[in-house]
Design a binder for this molecule. Sequence first.
Ligand code: GDD
Ligand code: GTP
Length: 427
Amino acid sequence: MLKAVILIGGPQKGTRFRPLSLDIPKPLFPVAGRPIIQFHIEACMQVKNLKEILIIGANPAPQMEAFVKEMQTIYDVSIRYLQEFTTLGTAGGMYHFRDQIRAGNPTAFFVLNGDVCADFPLQQLHDFHMSKNKEAEITMMSTEATKLQSIHYGCLVIDGETGAVNHYVEKPSSYVSTFINCGVYITSIEIFSRMAAVFHSRQQNFNNLNGSRDQGHIQWEREIITPMAGTGKLFALPVTNWWSQIKTAGAAIYANRHYLELYRRTHVERLANTGFKMTENDGTLICNIIQNVYIHPSANVHPTATLGPNVSIGPGVTVGKGVRLRESIVLDNAVIEDHSLILHAIVGRNARIGCWSRVEGTPSDPDPNKPFAKMENLPLFDNNGKLNPSITILGSCVTVPSEKILLNSIVLPHKDLNRSFKNEIIL
Ligand code: GDD
Ligand code: GTP
């Protein structure tokens, strides 16, 4: 039997994702019409004999539990949220809840970072791990990045023949290897004895610690994985599947595009098509669609609007006559009035955009001319305090009046704008 752990961090993390994470925890932010970590759950459902998914983090329980409850109605697997009393680090939470993970004697368990998105090759990772006959304690998914970008990730030197990891450095200061850690692992149960060793050595040094961190804080990458490199117990499976981190709002637009594309293979019924949709009582004409587009069934989109490519429309959204939407995510109950144009933007819950307005951002896609390039997760401001160009984000309940232009701007929730803005954060 197998299990999976999804690590979701805590409320003080994900600052680069604001203001979107102000009213919804980042792991529950919807891309392609589904909360980010629902894709992790769907990937787990494809693995044979996987019986339980444990979501571990320090986010307040009520929102997470509502999500878990909903997931339980969809997927035939046990799903639970285990709340850390404080962020215990990437391994501390797993060690704290070790009895829950070990219950039922799983042969191994997956560990998935909640802030990555991918075409997860979980069964392949499992089969590779098992083919090492007990030799492998941890096998991680790896992909290639450019030389310059690799240092923002865990970097590994892999034995080309066996897949053994001979050297591992977490976010090195200079170039080590273009193979990076994707934050997706399968691990054997023996790993808990390594965590116990770290935990107990920490307790012995109790007096030397200045009490700045919780005693149970353990870093998976630095304290567990790094010392395992070169011991023949740590393996990596390099794959070419699509993979990215979701650290910034721009990354959500990028993830949206890829998950919509993945639907073509896995859930084609989730994609909207131009044409005529039969509802219970009558038929409705659907707007012009440029693939790929997701529209929640409760959204109301005018037949003269044109959507796509890469657009997701949330529940209760209203899209008026002649509206044009492209490379964007529109969240619950937002209203986009007639003839507005939305490009490379995220429109928050209950936001309202007046007629003939233009809301536009700058995409932060990986450089298509560089093989293996990943997204740059730029901070909001550059070294000179200037706002880095980014997608445009409207926080929840923001209103944009008619006939205004909003370019490369971030608007915090509940703002009523009265003019046009360019390259600004509107607080
Ligand atoms: N439960 C829990 N508790 N989860 C945590 C905690 C914690 O205290 N701290 C972080 N996490 C979760 C985050 O939500 C995220 O999903 C994952 O653990 C890793 O987060 P970070 O510590 O922010 O690491 P990172 O994303 O910068 O780097 C890691 O992932 C990269 C791939 O995305 C490293 O593993 C890198 O080596 C790797 O390349
Ligand atoms: P920054 O460097 O500050 O951007 O943080 P980070 O990128 O290291 O954060 P990371 O992406 O690793 O952690 C994000 C995790 O924090 C997510 O998986 C969420 O669990 C959580 N998170 C982010 N924002 C919020 C929020 O506003 N509320 C809550 N409850 N949780 C959040």
